[in-house]
Design a protein around this ligand. Structure first.
Ligand SMILES: Nc1ncnc2c1ncn2[C@@H]1O[C@H](COP(=O)(O)OP(=O)(O)OP(=O)(O)O)[C@@H](O)[C@H]1O
Ligand SMILES: [Mg+2]
Length: 422
């Protein structure tokens, strides 16, 4: 018998699949709370976010707005958090049902993570080659275990055809099931053979632009520059071919020219592997050069979302104006300027628009009532009372218009591929 004993209890893919055909991630009304001595921190307060295959999504906001906490929920990294959502669906898997011991099977194979600091995911004592080989072997083993689980679970009628990730795991007779288990084991053995592992390692390293591969794989992380280390981490993230990659401020620690190279690599990654990517940044101009669709986050909420053109041609939320206002002038410093004031305390967030206290355009209602998400166009939405039908007419402040012109010159604003988000 082939691994029928390997009955790992595992997440059950959601039968009530809410995903559209090309969709990888569907988040509806996600709330994340942390209990601490001072009270309940409302880190994420009901966000909706969707990602399609092969799409790069930007998640932008100041420090503490809830960007990392939101995406960590899709990877089971929010230890101790209270997680609630109407829908939290990653490629048909209901994340709310996943148990702690099941997470390792999804990380690297379904969802990959590129952190801000590459050193945190590289082992300083191990040669690059051993770290990449380990990443390949671990993800192949997880994929094999996932396959065995699905073959057995389909046969035991715990999963339907709709719930398994690949129809080839469906078998109608015991002998067919045994044949599939045998095949899965053979595929796994082949995938972890020295030849296959080295081939994969050379392929990904050449893809990410490592020149002298033979010499590079014998080196240790400290022998590489920050940019190269980040490339190696990206290589380790793609060996398991996940459906979704989360890049959490992956270029913040790098200088501007290296930043641009890593951004180009992320674009190439999407084009080549058709992976969906969530790119987190506090820098709206960086995201504009990379993403198909942008979500602006403030105090645990999405306050505006739209295509790059929507956000840079006609931004609606005063917080988006402030972020655009913080883009440095090309001639002066390259540092982002900070927005006046500080974000609210998330233990007792304001009852109205959380940005009101820092918003010079705020009116009485902004302090009193939470604005709903108003639709501006089929792709563009913003949660600001300025869009209410009874609001007095408004236009983008003059200084922001100037910044938008600068941004438009440096950013190739194109009408990106049609994003059908809502
Ligand atoms: N484990 C935790 N316990 C309590 N509060 C937390 C915890 N993790 C995050 N928070 C709080 O949740 C809020 C959002 O944090 P988060 O890390 O998501 O911010 P961010 O937008 O990623 O910021 P940055 O740009 O600095 O990375 C913050 O107020 C933070 O203090
Ligand atoms: Mg963060």
């Amino acid at each position: 018998m082939f691994d029928k004993t390997l009955k790992i209890e595992r997440y059950i893919p959601d039968d009530k699949n809410t995903l559209a055909p090309n969709q990888i991630l569907d988040i509806q009304n996600l709330r994340v709370l942390f209990k601490n001595k001072a009270g309940l921190v409302q880190a994420v307060r009901g966000i909706d976010l969707r990602v399609n295959r092969g799409e790069i999504i930007g998640l932008v906001g100041e420090s503490g707005s809830g960007k990392s906490v939101s995406v960590k929920s899709i990877m089971g990294f929010n230890d101790g958090a209270i997680l609630k959502a109407d829908v939290l669906n990653l490629n048909s898997i209901n994340i709310l049902d996943i148990k702690k011991n099941e997470w390792p099977f999804l990380r690297g194979t379904r969802v990959g993570y590129i952190p801000q600091d590459p050193l945190s995911s590289l082992d300083p004592t191990k040669k690059i080659k051993h770290q990449i080989i380990d990443a390949i072997k671990i993800t192949q083993k997880r994929k094999y275990h996932n396959a065995v689980f699905e073959i057995n679970a389909y046969f035991d009628k715990r999963l339907s055809k709709k719930q398994i990730s690949n129809v080839k795991y469906a078998s109608e007779s015991a002998s067919e099931r045994d044949e599939k288990l045998k095949q899965a084991k053979e595929d796994y053995k082949k995938a972890i053979s020295k030849k296959a592992v080295y081939e994969k390692m050379y392929n990904v390293l050449s893809f990410i632009g490592i020149k002298n591969i033979e010499r590079s794989i014998e080196a240790y992380p400290h022998e590489f520059s920050g940019g190269m280390r980040q490339r190696i981490v990206i290589a380790m993230t793609i060996v398991g071919e996940p459906d979704l990659i989360i890049a959490d401020e992956p270029t913040t620690a790098l200088d501007v020219t290296i930043q641009a190279k890593v951004i180009d690599l992320i674009k190439k990654l999407r084009d080549h592997y058709k992976i969906a990517i969530i790119f987190i940044s506090h820098n709206i101009s960086l995201v504009a050069n990379l993403c198909d669709y942008i979500y602006i986050m403030y105090a645990g909420k999405i306050v505006e979302k739209g295509t790059v053109s929507d956000i840079f041609i006609d931004p609606k939320h005063p917080y988006t104006w402030a972020l655009i206002g913080s883009i440095p002038d090309m001639k002066s410093s390259s540092e982002l300027t900070s927005i006046i004031g500080t974000p609210p305390n998330m233990i007792s967030p304001p009852k109205g628009d959380a940005f009101a206290a820092r918003n010079v355009y705020a009116r009485k209602i902004d302090f009193e009532k939470q604005p709903p998400m108003f639709q501006v166009s089929p792709t563009h939405y913003a949660a600001t009372w300025l869009l209410h039908k009874d609001a007095p007419p408004f236009s983008i402040p003059k200084e922001i218009k100037g910044k938008l012109e600068i941004a438009k010159r440096s950013i190739a604003i194109k009408n990106k591929r049609g994003c059908k988000h809502e």
